[in-house]
Design a binder for this molecule. Structure first.
Ligand code: SF4
Ligand code: SF4
Length: 286
């Protein structure tokens, strides 16, 4: 089963939830936690695993053989990202804009384009007992998160319980991380910002057609609007984590909630059972 843990905005406690769920389940199951928040992968701040495997991630960018090029302009025409420009007697490639889609090399009538790899990040892996962590890390100054996320997701073993820590927001990296999941857990907080970003995240998840449920973190910091929204939209709130000085202190020290306060382990196991139940009902309804 693949469970995504997402949130419309950063700082809601998404990683706390993903790591706590992974740790709770790893007592009884083989669990993979995929940290796809590749701009700032921080699940290992809580898990403390030795990451003993590392591999670079490359995207293919075009290299033009000007001896074969007729400067017809076809490559620039097909590039949706303005990453290649054809001037009189010169073809310019802008590697930072290139998404490595391969369209230009495929459609060049003179076969003048070959491809070379450009490193955009790394994927690292570590494990301990039943728990395996794979995280991606974008290279500094790099904006191309989806290829790194795709590489992280190549490690998915469907025989395991897979938990994906999704990047915050609602843009392409989020869709790349979430797609293929059987359930999406949406972590939010009871504030106007939390509500706004939750509603955007719900739109994305609904477009992807997967069941979802909410986790409200820092209950007590704001009002009831998030609860009312979830009720209206028929999004079950599966877990509420109170605004609690001790929880914040544990997080700041890199201590997982379920280790700092063991009774939370039961709460996360119950959360997993709810996710399984909702997923089963959703499969039957389809
Ligand atoms: S499509 Fe090929 S031949 Fe035409 S300008 Fe681009 S590289 Fe040159
Ligand atoms: S590989 Fe795709 S994104 Fe990159 S320059 Fe060619 S067409 Fe544009």
């Amino acid at each position: 089963m693949i469970i995504s843990v997402a949130s419309g905005k950063g700082g809601t406690g998404k990683t706390l939830v993903a790591a706590s769920l992974a740790l709770s389940l790893s007592d009884n199951y083989r669990v993979q936690l995929l940290d796809c928040d590749v701009e700032e992968p921080n699940a290992n701040i809580l898990l403390h695993l030795a990451m003993n495997q590392s591999q670079p991630v490359y995207i293919p960018i075009p290299k033009v053989d000007e001896a074969k090029c007729t400067y017809c302009g076809k490559c620039a025409e097909v590039c949706a990202y303005n990453a290649i420009a054809v001037l009189k007697g010169k073809v310019l490639v802008f590697p930072e804009l290139c998404h490595g889609c391969g369209s230009c090399s495929y459609l060049c009538p003179e076969s003048a384009i070959t491809e070379e790899g450009r490193e955009v990040g790394i994927v690292e892996r570590g494990d301990s007992g039943n728990l395996e962590l794979i995280h991606g890390r974008l290279a500094i100054g790099e904006a191309m998160a989806p290829p790194v996320i795709r590489e992280v997701k190549k490690y998915i073993d469907p025989a395991n319980i897979v938990i994906i820590d999704v990047p915050p927001g609602t843009s392409c990296p989020v869709v790349e991380a979430v797609k293929g999941s059987g359930f999406c857990l949406l972590v939010t907080e009871p504030t106007p910002f939390g509500l706004n970003d939750l509603s955007l995240a719900v739109e994305v998840v609904r477009k992807l057609g997967m069941p979802c449920g909410g986790v409200i973190n820092r209950v007590g910091i704001g009002g009831e609007e998030v609860e009312k929204y979830c009720h209206r939209e028929e999004i079950p709130v599966l877990l509420r984590i109170p605004l609690d000085r001790n929880i914040a202190m544990l997080y700041s020290k890199g201590i997982p909630l379920v280790e700092g306060v063991p009774r939370w382990r039961e709460e996360f196991l119950r959360l997993f059972q709810d996710i399984k139940d909702i997923s089963a009902v959703s499969r039957v309804a389809k």
